[in-house]
Design a protein around this ligand. Structure first.
Ligand code: GLN
Length: 549
């Protein structure tokens, strides 16, 4: 059971998607937490996928892995970054999970012979999930973001759940619409009509928003706020302006300047626990974002870049943010260059171009394509002593490159690129074999948090400053234990392993050999936070800054 009087805030989008509902939700969580409340952030994805693990990153952006191993939407990453803590898997809900559960229960005769219907059964299953999430971490307030936009067919059941929860407990439920106010270039003025229509559409489901957060290029003036208030039964001071800004990390501070937390708390009949919001650390982080003293240029060599800039930043959002947090903490502003590894294969780019950058990252990835280009890049980076950081696939490919060019195993490979190679230095994990054979793809990788034991005297150990660390994983393949000794003999250091020493978690080259050459089987970017940057990213950026000098 959730705490008595637990409050629910639903965040629902109007007019169009892509206006930053996730950041609004994360920011509301941030400021309420700064007022001393334990806040629970929940993301609803209305699609029928059971989780976000089976979707191509160019379709839906990065898959964010929770500590528990659940593969979720990238918004969960924003939530954790803005709250500076881990979230449990109950805080992620998809239509796929809801329908699957209801259908399984029906098959198990759990509905007493009744006809099973969308209403009440699907809706009630959703309500139960929200209540369950609210009960998990002793939180006092849940902020629940319903994906999609009002008017979508897919999210109706979730809005219906919000309605019925408010009908039962009117004082405990609040609805916030995040809407968009366009300024058409030919007209030259901000228009409120699309927002009015979106609110009416929401009204038609029986839901009245208590707040409207208006996203726009510019600040919404009092006249337009008044118009929305009058036309849509919202209090004028509850129409909040959220204009475009430079950094998403400014959003909580801007909301706080407009006293949004105060307005929300009083609408929920809650007191401010602290006299003022405790945003000291957040403010000093944001100050670093805006006042860097130097620059660092990092290239990311990957392959999910083909659909243009919009998708690109989405597919690697945690990597990008992790670089930023470490760079900002060192007083530097990072500039990222995206290089499709295919360009090194078809001659579109010269490999020597990599010299220009202070450091190079090869992030996670899947499949055969683009591998040749990545291997070529890693060889160049290693030989020319450019700082290198390999994340998951980037680590595995660094091992393959080392096996080919240093150990001299000419056809060394990962099974993923060539299953017939003689030397499979990266191979499928034992427990994964049956899963792949039976085509059990969804949610079956090695997922979530596992410990790694760090070797004394290594870069990894020095960076973390402790012997055992826990990081998040998402992979099916591993360093083949049969090749570990041979690789060590020619200089590769396995600086992190599973506690039973079977699984290789981190590789590196000694500092005397290379200024920074390190790869992780896990994804350190998933735990990087504005207020707690990832130690390995910080070490990498530091090496990049030295090269810059
Ligand atoms: N494709 C590799 C594996 O499954 C790497 C996965 C990743 O980079 N996340 O092991």
């Amino acid at each position: 059971m959730a705490k008595k009087g637990h409050k629910y805030i639903f965040v629902i989008g109007g007019v169009m998607s892509g206006v930053g509902k996730g950041i609004v939700t994360a920011s509301i969580g941030n400021i309420l937490q700064a007022h001393g409340y334990t806040v629970n952030l929940v993301k609803v994805d209305p699609y029928l996928n059971v989780d976000a693990g089976t979707m191509n990153p160019t379709e839906h952006g990065e898959t964010f892995v929770l500590r528990s191993g659940l593969e979720t939407d990238q918004d969960m990453g924003n939530y954790e970054r803005f709250l500076n803590r881990d979230l449990p898997e109950e805080n992620y809900v998809t239509s796929g999970m809801v329908y699957r559960n209801v259908i399984e229960r029906e098959r198990n005769l759990e509905y007493d012979g009744n006809c099973v219907e969308a209403i009440p059964h699907i809706r009630n299953e959703i309500v139960e999930r929200f209540e369950k999430a609210a009960s998990i971490n002793g939180s006092e307030i849940s902020v629940i973001e319903i994906g999609g936009t009002v008017g979508d067919y897919q999210n109706i059941m979730f809005i219906e759940a919000a309605r019925v929860m408010k009908a039962h407990n009117p004082d405990d439920v609040l609805t916030i619409m995040v809407s968009y106010l366009p300024i058409p270039s030919k007209v030259g003025e901000m228009k409120t009509k699309p927002t009015q229509n979106a609110i009416r559409q929401l009204n038609s489901y029986g839901v009245q928003p208590d707040f409207v957060i208006g996203r726009s290029e510019e600040i919404i003036d009092e006249r337009r706020k008044g118009k929305i208030a009058e036309q849509c039964n919202v209090r004028a001071e509850h129409v909040i302006s959220a204009p475009d800004i430079e950094s998403i990390y400014d959003v909580p501070l801007n909301f706080e300047r407009d006293n949004l937390s105060g307005l929300i708390l009083s609408a929920l009949k809650l007191k401010k626990k602290n006299k003022a919001a405790d945003l000291k650390d957040w403010k000093s982080f944001v100050k670093k974002v805006h006042h860097p003293k130097k620059e660092v240029h990092i290239a990311v060599v990957g392959k999910y870049f083909d659909t243009g800039d919009f998708v690109l930043s989405d597919a690697y959002i945690s990597v990008i943010e992790a670089i930023k947090f470490s760079a900002f903490s060192l007083g530097a502003k990072p500039t990222l260059t995206w290089i499709s590894s295919h360009d090194f294969e078809n001659g579109k780019r010269k490999i020597s171009e990599l010299k220009k950058y202070d450091g190079v990252i090869v992030p996670g990835g899947f499949g055969k394509t683009g591998i040749a280009g990545k291997l070529k890049a890693i060889k160049y980076i290693r030989e020319n002593k450019i700082p290198y950081f390999g994340l998951c696939y980037g680590m595995q490919l660094a091992v393959v490159e080392y096996a080919i060019n240093v150990l001299g195993l000419k056809d060394a490979a990962t099974r993923e690129m060539n299953k017939d190679a003689t030397h499979l230095v990266i191979d499928i994990m034992e427990e994964q074999k049956a899963k792949l054979k039976n085509k059990e793809y969804g949610g079956t990788m090695r997922l979530g948090e596992y410990p790694a034991q760090l070797k004394k005297g290594t870069i990894a150990r020095a960076a973390y400053g402790k012997e055992v660390v826990e990081e998040r994983h998402r992979h099916r393949y591993e360093v083949n234990p049969e090749y570990v000794e041979q690789l060590e003999d020619v200089g590769l250091v396995f600086s992190g392993t599973s506690p039973d020493k079977r699984l290789m978690e981190i590789i590196e080259l000694p500092k005397a050999e290379h200024p920074f050459f390190l790869g992780t089987q896990f994804h350190p970017e998933l735990q990087a936070r504005p207020l707690a940057p990832s130690p390995l990213f910080t070490e990498f950026v530091q090496a990049c800054l030295k090269k810059e000098k």
